[in-house]
Design a protein around this ligand. Structure first.
Ligand SMILES: Cc1cc2nc3c(=O)[nH]c(=O)nc-3n(C[C@H](O)[C@H](O)[C@H](O)COP(=O)(O)O)c2cc1C
Length: 270
């Protein structure tokens, strides 16, 4: 009887190929199966960040002050699409539930190129349509949350800025994604620093974005002090990046036209 050589080159090659095939099928299947869960987690994380910026969810908590779930808390928000050039609502132009403004900024047909002078947040392109998150109550608008992003030292910081009902006082600022160095620029995640944003004024008396991150604060009683937040020590580039991104998104090139319309027209027409 002829015996087969199990250690032959052909056999070894066959086993290696079979093993590679099995492994790739397992890995691909897992990736496909886990995608919906990853997507759900991404959306949940986004909701948490919006709620945290709006001061409705504590940094170290996944439930509200009365035990409400993230979804329950987030249901208090209305999400609307806004044309950033005109400041008008354009809910019919996109599917608000799935629209991704950051992805749109990468598409030439859905974004505009920014000139060097106006591009203080180093974005290069800005989407034509973005999303706003509005929380209303019996007395009208209570919170407005807008997505913000801009370059720090090592990469783009992505986050949310929340405003009180006067559309001028900052409720909170938080970043859900950045590449800054832990302990230096990464201190943007420090709870104490984030708390210092509460109550800071966004616009000056001429309606221009006026936030300043400073190493030395102006006298507490001065008007200048109301626009100031402490700079992050040892992180001049990140600090400058945060100041620029806040002022960019609050300004003419960002949500400025929308906020202006909202102040004049109220919620109905935006
Ligand atoms: C390893 C390393 C990581 C750094 N990370 C940051 C950072 O995340 N953000 C930042 O603004 N500066 C960072 N810096 C510091 C800057 O290079 C620069 O020295 C600093 O912004 C000077 O700031 P200061 O004037 O506030 O001290 C880093 C430096 C080193 C060596």
């Amino acid at each position: 009887m002829a015996s087969t050589n199990r250690d032959s080159l052909g056999n070894t090659f066959l086993i290696a190929v079979a093993l590679c095939l099995v492994c790739s099928v397992v890995v691909s299947s897992l990736a496909v199966m886990l995608k919906p869960i990853q997507q759900e987690n991404k959306i949940l994380d986004q909701k948490k960040n919006i709620l945290r910026a709006a001061g409705m969810l504590a940094a170290d908590s996944v439930v509200g002050p009365e035990g409400e779930s993230v979804d329950e808390l987030f249901s208090e928000f209305t999400v609307r699409a806004v044309n950033l050039d005109t400041g008008e609502y354009v809910d019919d132009a996109v599917d608000v539930a799935s629209y991704d403004p950051i992805k749109a900024a990468g598409s030439p047909s859905q974004s505009v190129s920014l000139g060097t002078e106006e591009d203080i947040a180093t974005l290069r392109r800005r989407e034509n349509i973005s999303l706003v998150y509005l929380k209303t109550g019996p007395t009208g608008l209570e919170k407005l949350v807008i997505p913000v992003r801009g370059y720090g030292l090592w990469g783009t910081l992505y986050g949310y800025l929340a405003l009180d009902s006067d559309l001028n006082t900052i409720t909170g600022l938080g970043f859900y994604n950045h590449k800054e160095t832990p302990g230096l620029g990464g201190e943007v995640d420090n709870g104490n620093w984030k708390a210092a944003w509460r109550g800071v004024r966004l616009f000056d008396e001429n309606g221009k974005p006026a936030v300043r991150l400073v190493k030395q604060r102006s006298p507490a009683s001065s008007v200048a002090a109301s626009y100031e937040v402490d700079a992050l020590s040892g992180a001049t580039f990140t600090t400058r990046g945060v100041q620029n991104l806040v002022n960019f998104w609050a300004g003419e090139g960002g949500f400025g036209p929308y906020i202006e319309r909202l102040k004049i027209n109220g919620l109905a027409r935006g």
